[in-house]
Design a protein around this ligand. Sequence first.
Ligand code: NDP
Ligand code: BG6
Length: 610
Amino acid sequence: MSSEVPPTSPVRIVGNLRLKYSIIITIFGVSGNLAIKKLIPALFNLYVHNELPARFMIVGFARSKLTKADIRDRIGELLCSRTNPDFKCKTRERKFWDHFSYVRGDYTNPADFKKLGIILDSIEEEFSRIQSPHSESAHTVCIGDIGDQHGRGHGDKEEEDEEEMKSRRDEEDEDEGIISPCAAEELAGGRRAHHAGTGDHSQEEQKALSGTISTLSALDNDVCHRVFYLSLPPSLFLITSQHIHKHTRATHGNTRVVVEKPFGRDAKSFTALHNGLTRCFTRKELWAIDHFVGKEVVLSLLALRHANAVIEPLWNHHNISYVHFEFSEKIGAEKRAYFDKYGIVRDIMQNHLLQVMAFLASEQPLSQHSEDIRDEKVRLLRCVHEIEVTDLSLGQYYGYGRSKPKKVTAESGMKDEKDEKDEKDEKEEEEECEFPGSITPTFACALLKVVNTRFFDVPFIMTAGKGLSTKCTRIHVGFRKKPASLFPDALPNELLIEVQPEAKIELTLSFKKPGHGIKLQQGSLSLLYETGLNSDSRFLAAYERLLMDVISGNQTLFIRDDELREGWRIFDKCIKKTESNPDVPIEYYDFGSCGPQHILKRVQKIKEGL
Ligand code: NDP
Ligand code: BG6
């Protein structure tokens, strides 16, 4: 195993001075798609906005023979792509990389984890040598006091760094006395782990937290939480977790292991994964992430539903005639072997869309507390019937498992030379498919039934597909026609909630067409999140929000095991039945089209109540 981390790793004091604990985030599989495209850019954005704790380090771990510079090159422009130009991104980028180290190792080799443990300990030691950024003399602790990996020493401190520190100190002075509940919770967690190993906070500890900041900072200086992000193929989740548990747990703070989807391939493998993980970690230590839950509009469903008096009386089967969750992507499976093993139902519906549905349809939680919100989501999921095999339709784009047939069989039924040539061409094209012969669905439509008083008989439709003409995630809530209307031809209203590409909410209504007489036309009341809400807060990417939650110890948006179990209950049987039956029809569609036409027509009919 090789490591780029020197025995005493250099650390810069840049970040949120109010978060006095330190944090080390280890990303397993840092060479992969998710880490490069989403995780590191998200951490960078948090860093640029001074939201990370002042003392933090990102340790990338993977098998590939890479250097930090290679990772940097792979990420390239992605780092600054979402950043406001005012943030001097390029300057900050250089400094950000001082907080990153690459460690080469094998996920199955205990020796590599032991060495990783030593590296993490040495980073922690380095952190503890730095005075609390909040203590009296904190203001004398500056970037450059420690030097950095490129050999810059104490005297090489850059002017911008000084400015940056100064402005943050000023901010900190202004904010004196304010500490976020999350930070406070963290401090308790850290102190608990420091003194008594892992477990939940006691009430006494929580009470003790209501003390002054100085009390908190005294407790917190030595606290270092360790986050382990499993950005890996699911087959490596368990073995990696076991090694983390044995060799790299936090010693002066909390251990948090973030597990990416898919959480198993079916109910049985989920249970095995869950049992394996819980043998190593407590519920508080396991963080099952579904990044759709971190999307701004998905979260705003809670506010839309439970903060608006006009919505509540409409939100039931008397008024709603259907709910349609639509997910579409232009990209295909991109030859990801993972996708071929799991298919679109497990990749998108069983987790992402089901979570969106839980936010949309659950009852008002008792409070905004994490457990209350998740309790209500589970309650809703428990009302959803297992999907019937007849309520699941599947599609696949041409070029995935098979190519598009070119010709109709020759009229004579006899093969001539031309036919034989065409057959040969088709065979060659077949071999050029992403997964020749595969019947894994790239498009699916599922009909879900919520059996509770509120939504009885309202069809909840999900459609999800890859290789389509648009990229979007939308929720369409269709309303019933007004009975005995003065305008019998008026079209029913629809509420469109667009998660992406735009974050917006639109209510379609009928209006009088300007001019003589009374004729109707449709128009919409629309709210575009990014411009429509007068806000000085920033629009967070899902992974930014969720990573910050992991860092600050807030589990509200992470998926509880009972939610995951319900998810599998709803989908497991129908997936299995379709997979075990080779005669289940698959409707093929052109890559880049709207999708399989028959299935889409069926969706339309369900919406029209036919
Ligand atoms: P990748 O396929 O890119 O794999 C990540 C890393 O794991 C690779 O760079 C490789 O690193 C290592 N790896 C891959 N295959 C093997 C293998 N067979 N044996 C040992 N190591 C292997 O995955 P992603 O980054 O796309 O996804 C990671 C996780 O995140 C998955 O669970 C995925 O479902 C989930 N996810 C991904 C999303 C995305 O946008 N990509 C979105 C949401 C969830 P090395 O060889 O260098 O060790
Ligand atoms: C991932 C799926 O969970 O979500 C991918 O595995 C999909 O197949 C991705 O492309 C979509 O996420 P987003 O945020 O880009 O819509």
